[in-house]
Design a protein around this ligand. Sequence first.
Ligand SMILES: O=C(O)[C@H](O)CO
Length: 375
Amino acid sequence: MRVVVAMDSFKGSLTSLEAGNAVKKGILQAASCEVVVKALADGGEGTTEAFVEGYGGEIITVTVEGPYGRAVEATYGWLKDKQMAIMEMASSSGIMLAKKSEMNPLKASTFGFGEMILDAAGRGARTFLLGIGGSATNDGGLGMLTALGYEFLDEKGVPVDKTGESLGKIRSVSFEKVHPLISQCTFQVACDVNNPLLGERGATAVYGPQKGVTAETGKVLEEGLLNFSKVTRDALHRDHSASSGAGAAGGLGFALLSYLNAELKEGVKLVLEAVKLEEDVKHADIIFTGEGRIDAQSSMGKAPMGVMELAKRHNKRVIALGGSVTKDIAKLNELGMDACFSILSEVVTLEEAMNRETAERNLQQTASQIMRLLV
Ligand SMILES: O=C(O)[C@H](O)CO
């Protein structure tokens, strides 16, 4: 019998692979079979960790410019043998790095994210998996592009500054100083949202307020992004302003699509493809997935749902394990999950349940008990 285990992280207690390995132990206690454990994530928090653990890569720490100009220690994943870097933009330019008192995206920039990309390219990275979202910025990716060597010029032909307030001043683009390594790199991007760049569903209107955008600054930023999109269209002869995901991370999606020819994908799809899960699923008899909380109402986490869809595409049985499982779980069965189990074995506090050893032990025990029925 061949079993595939692809668990999302149990946030706050176990990483994806730790959870997967606990399940594997339990399976092997009950049956002698082949067990393949794969890293799983949905493109958001935990994605870098899942890849680095899954492929034996390393975490690189680099000092870059944070969203409001202060130096920050950003981290990214580096898989040397695959020449691949995995980065979350929030690590360099995320909202968590901004002080409440300074939040004004007119003054914020994604420059540090560009610095991270250059650092990885210098190390040899040619394939980039980028997770975008959770930003403090609304600069349309101007900062990132500036760090990569693109020059955005005002009416006098002088390069503008790298923050959101410069967007309206741009009149042309110069490609002369773009770092030569950039044309050798491919970029795949996991977006947390599918909004366009502009308008009432756009970056500024929807996600600006949480970053400190007011009615007044919102108008300046919206007009700036419109101007930036027009200059970009004239320079590149393509217009991505209405593309799905262009409005993610304050318009960073737009810059990635337009200037770096990035492919924007739903995070979980990108991860499932990158770890080549479908191949394993095809040859599996049974698949285990799961995450910290299984909640049918808000539709269970995207990553286990992605595993379930793959399993069903190949007519395989799939079982979900969760720290907690809500009462309406039958809805997940209707969607295709063959069975869902809570791993809790006794009444404990949330803190106790999230204890690392407890979570590992509970996963192992539940998987073992389920496997006894399946062999
Ligand atoms: O960063 C943001 O603007 C939101 O997370 C949407 O991408």
